[in-house]
Design a protein around this ligand. Structure first.
Ligand code: GLU
Length: 493
């Protein structure tokens, strides 16, 4: 097999959609699995949809996700640069290349100039709709002679160039996921290839670029499947070998609808800012439409590369299940080093003003213990704030009714008095004492088990359940505990 070459070809029209990230991921996994090359190309021929900063954001998002590519568009020292022998990789810098191939199609009679105004096209479409026909170009300009067309152009008339599809021909191709596909040209429009602003359409540019960049496999979302016959036809008239096609099932939500902004998070940035780890998001996303043969669900990038093949990509929509994502991401929150997770937690704690930068720098070890005792039940990092809030306010809040009853129970006063006495004897609570303190109080008071632990936990941490109590005692330290006891006695007892 010749060297596999794939590409991810986003349009810089906003932010990277989660479905786009999955397309990039499958391209990457395929290239890596086969020792091939992966290209990042920017498809910006629709200048009206260009969004400032979108290219940078795309690159940054791929980088964050751990998806590397070999050629194309990169950022170096804050600047967009291009690398590789098939450049430029930004379509708006390739206009003369497209022009050359459009001219070639005109010469060979496979494309024609069209002067129809937007008003005329709208009227034609309207009429077709009324008649119950599929709206498409009616072919008015197909018959114009080249001389006549060139004269009209010389007179300054606006024009586009359209593909001249033959009538009633089946265009066939094979898709690695969807199987054999055949579409009749009568059901297909004479696609515009070159727009009146001199830019090619996506359809023209994608074929020219995939050919010139030696792309062997076109891996993209299935929304492009209906366009593929036009592309296949273009390969035919140019006499080029067409790539292998792989159309991926659309990423759907649980209601089997396309993921949309209206229904929650869709951009990689949304997930990133919620505190999903790249490893978690990528691992889960790989499973939306693909599964390894052994059905393993926790997979590192290396595992995925090793196991990835297109024959395990499903035909039908990949369901994006937030709960499953949370489960996978939770696994990574628990399994990554505590240094890494604390590093990720700190920005959330600073943003919520629980701590500031200075505190984070001076109390790293303290924060690591804290993050470690709460990470067990977390799904994404932004949950950290609510998990640790109770540690930062000595005015203990008790919201739960059962907890309040426990706090107001018969043992609390005795326990807290004993605790104060225990702490009277020490400068500070070291690790050893934090492990022994409750035992000591038990000895001093004769109260044990639930009767001892529940009221104490509520008094110091505000709730009946929570992270390892000895660690909480250690992290709070003597002064905070005494303040909490004083507050609880005043407010609740
Ligand atoms: N520019 C297209 C997009 O934004 C790429 C489609 C393709 O991969 O051919 O999705």
């Amino acid at each position: 097999m010749k060297e596999a070459r794939v590409r991810f070809a986003p349009s810089p029209t906003g932010y990277l959609h989660i479905g786009g990230l999955r397309t990039a991921l499958y391209n990457y996994l395929f290239a890596q699995h086969n020792g091939g090359k992966f290209v990042l190309r920017i498809e910006d021929t629709d200048q009206t949809r260009f969004v400032e900063g979108a290219i940078e954001n795309l690159i940054e998002s791929l980088h964050w996700a751990g998806i590397d590519y070999d050629e194309g568009v990169f950022i170096e020292d804050g600047k967009i640069v291009q690398k590789g022998e098939f450049g430029p990789y930004i379509q708006s810098e390739r206009l003369d290349i497209y022009k050359k191939y459009v001219d070639q199609l005109i010469e060979s009679g496979d494309a024609y100039y069209c002067f129809c105004s937007k008003e005329r096209l709208d009227a034609v479409r309207e009429e077709q709709k009324i008649k119950g026909l599929i709206p498409k170009y009616d072919g008015l300009c197909r018959g114009l002679s080249l001389e006549e067309a060139r004269e009209r152009i010389a007179n300054g008339e606006e024009y586009v160039v359209r593909l001249k599809l033959p009538a009633n021909r089946d265009i066939k191709f094979h898709d690695l996921v969807r199987g054999d596909i055949s579409i009749n040209t009568d059901d297909t429009d004479d696609q515009v290839l070159l727009k009146s602003d001199g830019y090619p359409t996506y359809h023209m540019a994608v074929v020219v670029d995939d050919h010139l960049m030696n792309i062997t496999h076109v891996v993209r979302g299935e929304e492009w499947l209906p366009s593929t016959p036009k592309h296949v036809y273009l390969y035919e008239v140019f006499g080029w070998e067409k790539p292998v096609y792989v159309h991926l099932p659309t990423v759907l939500n649980k209601e089997r609808k396309k993921l949309s902004k209206r229904h929650g998070d869709v951009s990689v940035d949304d997930f990133r800012s919620k505190g999903y780890l790249p490893e978690g998001l990528i691992n889960y996303l790989a499973l939306v439409g693909w599964s390894p043969e052994d059905n393993e669900e926790i997979l590192s990038m290396e595992d995925m590369i090793h196991k990835f093949t297109f024959d395990r990509v499903s035909k039908t929509g990949g369901i994006f299940d937030k709960d499953k994502l949370d489960w996978v991401n939770g696994h990574y929150i628990r399994s990554q080093s505590i240094e890494t997770i604390t590093e990720l937690a700190i920005p959330y704690l600073i943003e919520s003003k629980l701590i500031d930068k200075d505190f984070a720098e001076k109390n790293r070890e303290w924060l690591e213990i804290l993050v470690d005792i709460v990470r067990e039940g977390m799904h994404h990092m932004s949950e950290i704030t609510d998990k640790v809030r109770f540690m930062f306010d000595n005015h203990v809040k008790v919201e739960d009714e059962e907890a309040l009853q426990t706090l107001k129970g018969e043992y609390t006063k005795t326990i807290l008095d004993a605790m104060k006495q225990e702490l009277d004897n020490v400068e500070e609570i070291d690790e050893e004492l934090s492990n022994k303190l409750m035992k000591n109080i038990q000895k001093a008071t004769g109260i044990k088990g639930k009767n001892l632990f529940m009221p104490t936990r509520v008094a110091l941490a505000g709730s009946l359940h929570g992270p390892e109590f000895a660690k909480i005692i250690y992290l709070l330290g003597k002064q905070n505990i005494l303040e909490r006891i004083e507050y609880v006695e005043r407010e609740y007892l």
